[in-house]
Ligand binder design. Structure first.
Ligand code: SF4
Length: 226
């Protein structure tokens, strides 16, 4: 069984396979590795057709590619399903692949490996909100029904590709569409699957900020009505 992220990636990217995480596909070539957008892989295939795409050769180029959507707008959430395509990354080594994937999906591979090996426990939304300080402390006052509606909206598949592992609280599951849950928990020690799911182990900063807006709006409405 692979013992490091690099070993796991090398085993995952064995010759003759095309792998995927989020909206990018990766495969081995005779001289290194190629990465491209899934839509471009469907258009061109993994062979010479992809040569027509503008080519980048440094892992750090992935940071710029992940930064803007097709309309050149900033992507604050890297797991939003709006990664733009029309590029090809030609990388020389598995280390370079790891670095590039971390720009597209920060810690995406590492998180899945830690989860699959039982080394990470999800944090329920109430736990995340109750530990906030400063201007976000107020998020702890969000009501269950507000939190449920917020998660269903903000985390919907059209806004974020991550699979949610947490609930509102231990006693209150959040009803989510099928795409937002893992179909099955992996058995410990398994290798990376062909299509690595992006996981959400605790609410991100964007959701916490949205929870603050919900609570502040309710407070303002209540103040105006009193
Ligand atoms: S909380 Fe998780 S699922 Fe929801 S938007 Fe943030 S990263 Fe995506």
């Amino acid at each position: 069984m692979p013992t490091s992220i690099i070993d796991s990636l090398a085993a995952w990217l064995k010759p003759g396979t095309v792998r995927r995480i989020g909206e990018v596909n990766i495969w081995k070539t005779t001289s290194g590795y190629r990465v491209c957008h899934t839509a471009d892989l469907v258009r061109f295939g993994p062979d010479s057709g992809a040569d027509a795409l503008p080519t980048h050769t440094l892992p750090i180029d992935a940071r710029q590619l992940a930064k803007l959507d097709a309309e050149r707008k900033f992507r604050p959430l890297k797991s939003a399903p709006n990664l733009s395509g029309d590029w090809l990354l030609e990388l020389p080594s598995i280390e370079a692949v790891r670095e590039a994937l971390d720009y597209f999906y920060p810690a995406g591979i590492a998180l899945w490996l830690r989860w699959a090996n039982g080394k990470i426990a999800p944090m329920h939304l109430r736990q995340t909100l109750n530990r906030q300080t400063g201007m976000y402390r107020v998020t702890g006052l969000i009501r269950d029904e507000e939190a449920t509606a917020l998660v269903q909206e903000a985390c919907a598949p059209e806004n974020c590709r991550r699979k949610i592992l947490w609930e509102i609280s231990e006693d209150l599951p959040v009803p989510l569409v099928r795409e937002k849950r893992l179909e099955a928990s992996p058995a410990p020690g398994v290798e990376l699957p062909e299509n690595v799911p992006l996981l959400c182990c605790e609410a991100c900063n964007i959701l916490v900020a949205a929870a603050r807006a919900v609570v502040k709006k309710r407070m303002a409405d209540e103040a105006a009505a009193s």
